[in-house]
Ligand binder design. Structure first.
Ligand code: SF4
Ligand code: SF4
Length: 359
């Protein structure tokens, strides 16, 4: 690019204040920026699970062998130490956190903002006021085949319908794209909230769940069609669909800021994020929200929530891109923060992630 061209492009870039000209955009910016104080870390609460899924990233790598510390006071001490180093939000994951409800209670008493990733088979007590993300990998037939769990969706709905904590997370694999129609219909009929995830292969995984270009395109179409069909129940946006079904993974699109991909310890997540194992240790070299996931194939919703959200400065080149980013952040907050209500999406247009061709 010549210097002149570059200069004219830069002069075309709006001032930030101009991006806020429309009242609904300004209002959304004011709404989401109140949450910029969130600083997350993640914690494996248990090294056991009551089901066993094909393609589970927890049972890859070394973390599954860490000793389980079941001492509630040790967890209380950890939460207090985390608070004092600036952590304001905890993601409790696993293997399966619902197997250690007393530890979840202690975490909630010490750190009131957070979420739990669960398979939903065993209900988490109502005293734990975190967001609860219930993983859905397809209909009951598919769950039996891939997760070895019988009547899983029925059980999940029984446990969590009418629960304001609950968000059902449908993970699109290469094999379950069409069956989301029936699953979404059933969840909506029970008044449940739903968001979308994209299967991201653990390191070395070559099984049938791994996506290809054709399945990414079909997944994107399906996400957008369902978003239009059930706008009140589906927590998602068109830009979420673009970011998570692009041929390039999240790291290639946005540069992942977790320590595992960002060893510089400079600012933001690279400095503050830790991923604790069940023995309460952590290792900076492998720390991210989905450890042992293949970075080149990472399109995980949890990863995107941090990685896309952190890239505000890349989304301020024009009003449409900025609105798309606001939709993404609004979705992220509605999925992860108790009491945050999703607004109407501001942009229905498919845009390409900044500096990348659409695909
Ligand atoms: S429910 Fe979660 S932790 Fe348990 S096997 Fe399945 S993916 Fe792994
Ligand atoms: S797996 Fe995803 S979130 Fe983790 S370091 Fe790689 S790109 Fe980042």
């Amino acid at each position: 690019m010549s210097i002149n061209n570059k200069a004219s492009l830069e002069s075309a870039k709006p001032k930030f204040s101009e991006l806020l000209d429309q009242p609904e955009v300004k209002a959304r910016w004011e709404k989401v920026r109140k949450y910029f104080f969130l600083r997350e870390s993640t914690y494996d609460m248990s090294n056991r699970c009551n089901i066993r899924c094909d393609g589970c990233y927890y049972f890859e790598g070394e973390k599954q062998f860490a000793k389980e510390i079941g001492d509630a006071e040790a967890w209380r001490k950890l939460m207090r130490a985390e608070k004092s180093r600036g952590i304001t939000y905890v993601v409790l994951a696993g293997a399966e956190p619902s197997l250690v409800p007393e530890l979840l209670d202690v975490c909630y008493q010490e750190m009131p903002l957070g979420s739990i990733a669960t398979n939903g088979f065993k209900k988490i007590p109502e005293s734990v006021g975190y967001k609860i993300h219930i993983s859905v990998w397809g209909n009951d037939e598919t769950s039996l085949r891939v997760r070895k769990a019988k009547n899983l969706l029925k059980k999940q709905i029984e446990n969590y319908k009418n629960d304001p904590r609950a968000v059902f997370v449908y993970t699109f694999t290469r094999e379950n794209i069409d069956e989301v129609n029936d699953v979404a219909e059933e969840l909506v009929a029970h008044g449940c909230k739903l968001t979308f995830n994209v299967f991201s292969s653990p390191v070395g995984y070559t099984g049938n769940l791994r996506h290809d270009d054709e399945s990414f395109a079909r997944t994107r179409q399906m996400m957008i069609a369902l978003l239009n069909k059930y706008p009140r129940n589906i927590l998602f946006s068109v830009y979420n669909a673009v970011a998570h079904t692009h041929k390039k993974g999240l790291h290639d699109l946005y540069s992942c800021s977790y320590p595992r991909q960002n060893p510089s310890q400079d600012i933001g997540l690279g400095r503050s994020f830790r991923q604790y194992r069940t023995d309460l240790n952590w290792d900076r070299l492998v720390a991210c929200c989905v450890p042992d996931t293949d970075c080149a194939d990472c399109r995980h919703y949890a990863a995107g929530s941090a990685v896309v959200t952190a890239r505000l400065y890349r989304h301020v080149n024009n009003p449409t891109t900025f609105k798309s980013w606001l939709d993404y952040v609004d979705t992220y907050l509605a999925v992860w923060v108790m009491g945050y209500e999703k607004g109407e999406n501001l942009c229905a247009e498919i845009i390409s992630p900044p500096h990348v061709a659409i695909s």
